[in-house]
Design a protein around this ligand. Structure first.
Ligand code: DCP
Ligand code: MG
Length: 434
């Protein structure tokens, strides 16, 4: 197995996975299932990347407090209040601690571990930052949980290089920009990509090409199949099927008889076949940025700088996701924690920074004229989102608007290349960025 992570390859000589660039020929499988849809869909070569952050909650805690480096960490509920472990750091895992275990048990197994409370908001913030990075590689992103996502990078090769190279770049950018490690799997479909990201954790990069699917899958236990829970695994074992290789060779009729339609699905997965598409997150209702200040801010210039910077980030996120927003909301928190919001509806959905900025700036000015006082938090959100496909093109394009779009495009290109500190509109320079 060609393993691109820092860990040396293990002695699994049998499974050599070679990276052969991006030219995948049409793949033909001898399918025992009479379902032509699979062979048709499978005929289209895809490159899917699965990214899974390593020991996510614990890694964020360590990032925010470097004194925790090298120490076993348990992030989760109170051991005295029957709390459970959300994340055990790799140091704590060495003592047999793992997520979903009662915190009291974990503390017993690793008494010198540092126990930390879950800080959900902070983890979501970092999760958003990871998605921001992933969006620089492909608009086809499907977040799967707080710390993992699929990307479809098929067709990105000309721009970004072969898929394994994109996987490597993703890891480097996450490490460079956020100081965190991710494990990445690169493969022709979602199932294999997810499996690959888990093969060499932490900080791994595993590529599975179509020529070596069987070599990788066959020796693995059936519980490694995505979607096979303990009950299904027990059912399969009862049929004397213990490995994915045995499952692959099992008659599909038997699986169908025992598991119904799911039997077909298992059979496909055991053959490394998975046609599920990467579905970009359609649940996104709003995109926002906010910032809590280390010291309260009353100075209007300073607030404007922060807000403009947030608006740029939100607009960029909209553009990357192919979205436009119809309304903007300003969020303000006073020193006594009172929080207020002010919203405005725009004349038409947009992702142009300048238009969003005018909307949110008007809200800030209106608030400042009557209620100005020191703030401990400032934020802005774009909502009522629409996909581009749902929008009617304007019959007579506004020349000023297309000019703004060109400015945005140019700035996006620079930001994608050099990071989000590389360029900003006049007035935002020096504003704190998240
Ligand atoms: N999580 C949780 N409860 C669980 C499992 C996970 O709250 N039972 C949270 C904490 C994890 C995060 O979700 O940090 C991501 O889950 P993972 O399964 O990816 O686990 P980790 O990222 O912690 O570790 P790994 O390095 O194995 O990915
Ligand atoms: Mg993880």
């Amino acid at each position: 197995m060609e393993h691109l992570g820092p860990e040396p390859p293990r002695a699994e000589k049998r499974c050599r996975i070679l990276i052969r660039g991006c030219q995948l020929p049409i793949i033909r499988y001898e399918l025992s299932i009479p379902d032509y849809r699979y062979s048709m869909l499978w005929g289209m070569s895809r490159w899917i990347i699965h990214v899974d952050m390593d020991e996510f909650f614990a890694a964020v805690e360590r990032l925010d407090n470097p004194a925790l480096r090298g120490k076993p960490l348990l992030v989760g509920g109170d051991p005295k209040a029957r709390g459970v472990v959300s994340t055990a750091s790799y140091e704590a895992r060495a003592f047999g601690c793992h997520s979903a275990m009662p915190m009291a048990t974990a503390v017993r197994r690793c008494p010198h571990a540092v126990v930390l409370q879950v800080r959900g908001q902070r983890y979501h913030q970092v999760s958003e930052q990871v998605l921001d990075i992933l969006e620089q590689f492909s608009p086809m992103i499907e977040p799967l949980s707080i710390d993992e996502a699929f990307l479809d990078v098929s067709g990105c090769e000309r721009l970004l290089g072969p898929a394994p190279e994109i996987g490597k770049q993703i890891k480097q950018r996450i490490r460079g920009r956020l100081g965190l490690t991710a494990s990445v799997g690169v493969a022709p479909n979602k199932f294999l990509a997810k499996l690959a990201s888990d093969l060499r954790k932490p900080d791994g990069l595993v590529v599975i090409t179509k020529d070596h699917i069987r070599d990788v899958l066959d020796p693995l236990g059936i519980e490694r199949l995505w979607g096979v829970g303990p009950a299904a695994a027990k059912g399969l074992r009862r049929l004397d099927i213990h490995t994915i290789g045995q499952l692959r060779l099992a008659p599909v009729e038997l699986l169908r008889e025992r598991f119904g339609q799911v039997g077909d699905h298992y059979h496909c997965l055991a053959n490394g076949i998975d046609c599920r598409p990467v579905v970009p997150d359609s649940r996104t209702k709003s995109i926002g940025r906010e910032q809590t200040f280390a010291a309260d801010i009353e100075d209007m210039d300073e607030l404007i700088r922060v807000l403009l910077n947030q608006t740029e980030q939100v607009a960029r996120r909209l553009r990357r996701g192919g979205l436009k927003a119809r309304s903007v909301t300003l969020k303000l928190r006073y020193v006594d924690f009172t929080t207020i919001t002010r919203s405005a509806t725009l004349t038409e959905p947009t992702n142009i920074t300048e238009v969003l900025w005018r909307g949110v700036r008007r809200l800030l000015d209106k608030w400042a004229a009557r209620h100005r006082r020191p703030l401990r938090l400032l934020g802005m959100t774009a909502s009522q989102l629409t996909g581009r496909e749902g929008l009617q093109e304007t019959l007579f394009p506004d020349p000023q608007r297309t000019g703004q779009e060109r400015i945005d495009e140019a700035m996006d290109r620079i930001t994608e290349r050099f990071g989000d500190r590389s360029i900003c509109r006049g007035g935002t320079n020096g504003a704190d960025r998240k």
